[in-house]
Write a protein that binds this ligand. Structure first.
Ligand SMILES: Cc1ncc(COP(=O)(O)O)c(C=O)c1O
Length: 408
């Protein structure tokens, strides 16, 4: 029998099944018994709303030269055609990026997080994150053993006053962070939006205290009421902001198309780091992505999916009002894919997940989004993936479970 542990690096040893892996395994087990699991967990796409026909057309119309390019190795910064289309797409969101030097296509924006971690983080480096924050960003950064400084979020995103206090304390000790990571538009998990004055204040702080800003923006396009919030990158005059986004929430997570817009110095470093990981992002997906942008399918898809998610958000809110305990608190997401719930202290959402799964519904326990391991009374609910009927049924099941626990 192999002694597996002997072979692992420290990094290898640190990889343990995350909460989503466990939920997927539980779903398999339930399926074997003929039972279904309603998933209010990950940020998956609405399965009935993919742009299947336009994608079929694009592939049917591709010429021989297109296929030759798709099937060949490509540039480590991405196909020039896709970078040009992404540059045009971003210009509608007030970001200017030279497609030749200031853009890199990544294999999903998760790879962007990995690349950024690789080129910036040495063991012990200080990085700042809002809390709660995207769990897979935390795990990407953790690979390189940074020292995290945590700044709380309020109803308007990152608390800038708390950040200033943290930065001043660090400065007194002769330290400064490498970067701050945040999801300022329809945050994951809280769905908060940082207002313009905070975005500008953050840029000023970055200049004053000399750090970079990593702006992760998968959700900004999915805005139910207002136009998309202007990205922080649009206000960046010195190249301190690294902006990342993705096709995953607006077109398809299966295509694995993400990108980073940043200063050309950073792009060329990341391109070399990417060569070690996957050489280049796959050509078929890049071709499709470029054509979907060129034919304006992406913009139409954003309008379409936004309407669908708004309706699902409404149903979720109605169901929660009807079934969730009166002591629970949540805010109404104005965009994005998630609803963040605060339960009374008595409810431990981490330990209750198992019971919920046994009753046929899964959510993500809020503890996964905190570095502090002792916060257990939050949960994140996703409304993009489940059907309307499943949202109603799932929330009714969860409501009963939580109400019963409160009565115990
Ligand atoms: C904030 C945030 N960043 C990055 C990602 C990674 O997305 P992808 O790799 O599919 O582009 C996600 C996915 O849910 C996310 O929520």
């Amino acid at each position: 029998m192999l002694n597996f542990d002997r072979f692992y690096s420290k990094l290898g040893e640190s990889f343990k099944p995350g909460v989503l892996t466990e939920i997927v395994l539980a779903a398999f087990e339930l399926a074997k018994e003929g039972k279904k699991l309603i998933s209010l967990t990950g940020g998956s796409y609405d399965p009935n709303s993919f742009a299947v026909e336009p994608i079929r057309e694009i592939l049917a119309e591709a010429g021989l030269d297109d296929w030759r390019e798709m099937l060949q190795y490509g540039s480590n910064t991405g196909s020039m055609k896709l970078r040009s289309e992404l540059s045009r797409f971003m210009s509608h969101t007030w970001i200017n990026a030279d497609p030749k030097s200031e853009l890199i296509v990544t294999t999903g924006s998760q790879q962007a997080l990995d690349l950024i971690s690789r080129i910036f983080i040495d063991e012990g480096d200080i990085i700042v994150v809002g809390e709660p924050t995207y769990l897979q960003a935390l795990s990407a950064f953790k690979q390189f053993n940074p020292q995290f400084k945590v700044v709380p979020l309020d109803n308007w995103g990152l608390d800038i006053d708390a950040l200033r206090v943290e930065l001043s304390t660090l400065e007194k000790n002769g330290k400064s962070p490498k970067f701050i990571y945040l999801v300022p538009s329809f945050d994951n998990p809280t769905s908060t939006v940082m207002p313009k004055d905070r975005r500008l204040a953050l840029i000023d702080l970055a200049e004053e205290f000399d750090f970079l800003i990593v702006e992760d923006n998968p959700y900004g396009y999915i805005s139910f009421e207002e136009p998309m919030p202007t990205p922080i990158k649009a206000y960046d005059k010195t190249g301190r902001v690294l902006y990342m986004s993705t096709f995953s929430k607006i077109v398809s997570p299966g295509l694995r198309i993400g990108w980073i817009a940043a200063h050309k110095e950073f792009i060329s470093k990341m391109a070399e780091a990417k060569s070690n990981i996957d050489i280049c992002t796959d050509g078929l997906s890049q071709y499709l992505a470029a054509e979907l942008l060129r034919r304006n399918v992406v913009e139409r898809q954003i309008d379409y999916i936004t309407r669908i998610y708004k309706r699902k958000r409404d149903i979720l809110l109605e169901s929660m009002n009807a079934h969730f305990p009166k002591q629970a608190e949540w805010n109404e997401p104005k965009g994005g894919l998630f609803l963040w719930v605060k339960m009374p202290e008595k409810i431990n959402t981490t330990t209750l997940l198992k019971e919920a799964v046994n009753k046929g519904v899964a959510y993500i326990p809020g503890s996964n989004f905190f570095l502090n391991p002792n916060i257990h009374n939050f949960l994140r609910l996703n409304y993009s993936y489940p059907s309307i009927a499943d949202i109603e049924e799932g929330i009714s099941i969860l409501g009963k479970l939580f109400n019963n626990k409160l009565r115990e």
